[in-house]
Design a protein. Structure first.
Length: 323
C-alpha cells in the first residue's frame, strides 16, 4: 500500500484542516474576551472584598438642586441633620472651623464656629447620636487631612447639633462634647472620609496616595477622653487609587447601616456591610467640579457637593445610585 504521509493530496488536506482549527480557536478567544467584563470596568479588589457588579449612573439620575453660598468654596463634606430632613451640614476644606447649615437647595440657614479645639485640616462630617446620649443628635467633624503625611496625630471632634429656628440665618459657636484622638501606629496618613456606625464606632478611609485606600476603625468617642488611640486597620478597599480621580474624598453610612458610600472625584462606590463587598459604582463626572461631599437621603439616593466653579459657587445635587 502507498504511504499516506507521502501522498501530496493528503498532506494538503491535513494542512488545510490545521489552519481552519487555528482560525476558529483565535476567533473564539477574541469573542470570549469581548464578551467578558472590561478590565477597566472593575477596580482592583482584594480577597476580603468581592466585586459583584459595577453600574454607571445616567444623567437623568442627577438632579441639580442649587448653589451653595459663596462662603463655601470647597464643600469637603456633607451630612444630613439629625433634627430635620430639610437641613444639611457642610464645611470648607482645611483649618476653617465654621460649620454651615444649608437647605437642600443650598440656601444658608446658619453658620457656627467650632470653639475650644485646635483644627488642622477638616475633611469630612457625619451626623449621628451623641456619645452617651443617643436621644440627642451630634455632628462628628473629621480633622484627618494630612496632604504632606507628617502629622503626629488626628482627631474626630463631636459637637451637639444646634437647633435652627426663625427665618433669618442663625450664628453661634459649637463646643466639643467629645473627641477621639488617634494615630495610625507610627505612620502618618492623609484621610478625607469618615463614617459613623450605628454602634458609635467610626470608620476612616485613607485617600490613597500611598497605593491603597485603607479602611480603619476607631472606637466611639468619649466625653472626657484624653488618651490617643491607635486606629485598627481593616484592610484595603477595592478602589483603583492609581487613578488620581479615584482617590477617596468622603464617605457616608446609609440609614439602615447596611451600605457604605465612598466618594471620589468622579465616582461613588457603594459597599455592602459588614462584608465590605463592592455592589455598584456610579459615575457623576458631569455633575460638578471636583467631587467632595456625600451623604444618603435614603438607601439609593445621595446628596453630593463639589468644589466651587470659576464663578465661586459650588453645586449641591441629588442623585440615585444602586438599587
Amino acid at each position: 500500500m502507498k504511504n499516506m504521509v507521502e501522498d501530496p493530496g493528503v498532506m494538503a488536506l491535513g494542512l488545510f484542516a490545521l489552519a481552519a482549527f487555528l482560525v476558529v480557536g483565535a476567533l473564539a478567544a477574541v469573542l470570549g474576551r469581548n464578551a467578558g467584563v472590561d478590565d477597566e470596568a472593575i477596580p482592583f479588589h482584594s480577597d476580603d472584598a468581592a466585586v459583584d457588579s459595577v453600574a454607571s449612573s445616567s444623567s437623568e439620575s442627577v438632579v441639580p438642586l442649587g448653589l451653595l453660598p459663596r462662603a463655601i468654596l470647597e464643600s469637603s463634606g456633607i451630612a444630613r441633620s439629625g433634627r430635620s430632613q430639610d437641613i444639611w451640614w457642610t464645611h470648607n476644606d482645611g483649618p476653617d472651623g465654621r460649620m454651615f447649615a444649608v437647605s437642600p437647595q443650598g440656601e444658608l440657614l446658619g453658620t457656627w464656629q467650632l470653639r475650644g479645639v485646635q483644627i488642622t485640616d477638616i475633611e469630612d462630617i457625619a451626623s449621628a447620636p451623641c456619645p452617651g446620649d443617643r436621644s440627642s443628635p451630634c455632628l462628628y467633624v473629621a480633622d484627618t487631612g494630612d496632604n504632606r503625611q507628617n502629622r503626629p496625630e488626628y482627631a474626630v471632634h463631636v459637637v451637639k447639633e444646634p437647633e435652627i429656628t426663625g427665618a433669618a440665618a442663625a450664628a453661634g459657636v459649637l463646643e466639643s462634647v467629645a473627641v477621639q484622638r488617634f494615630t495610625y501606629g507610627g505612620r502618618s496618613r492623609d484621610a478625607e472620609a469618615l463614617a459613623v456606625l450605628h454602634d458609635g464606632s467610626m470608620m476612616v478611609i485613607t485617600k490613597g496616595q500611598d497605593g491603597g485606600a485603607e479602611l480603619f476603625r476607631l472606637p466611639a468617642p468619649r466625653a472626657a477622653q484624653s488618651a490617643v488611640v491607635t486606629a485598627e486597620s481593616l484592610g484595603m478597599l477595592p478602589i483603583d487609587v492609581d487613578r488620581k480621580s479615584a482617590r477617596v474624598t468622603a464617605a457616608a453610612l446609609s440609614p439602615s447601616g447596611s451600605r457604605l458610600a465612598v466618594r471620589s472625584d468622579r465616582d461613588v462606590m457603594l459597599f455592602e456591610l459588614p462584608q465590605r463587598r463592592l455592589i455598584t459604582r456610579c459615575n457623576f463626572a458631569g455633575a460638578g467640579q471636583q467631587g467632595e461631599g456625600v451623604d444618603f437621603v435614603d438607601e439609593t439616593t445621595l446628596m453630593l457637593t463639589f468644589e466651587a466653579d470659576a464663578n465661586g459657587r459650588a453645586p449641591i445635587v441629588r442623585a440615585r445610585c444602586g438599587a
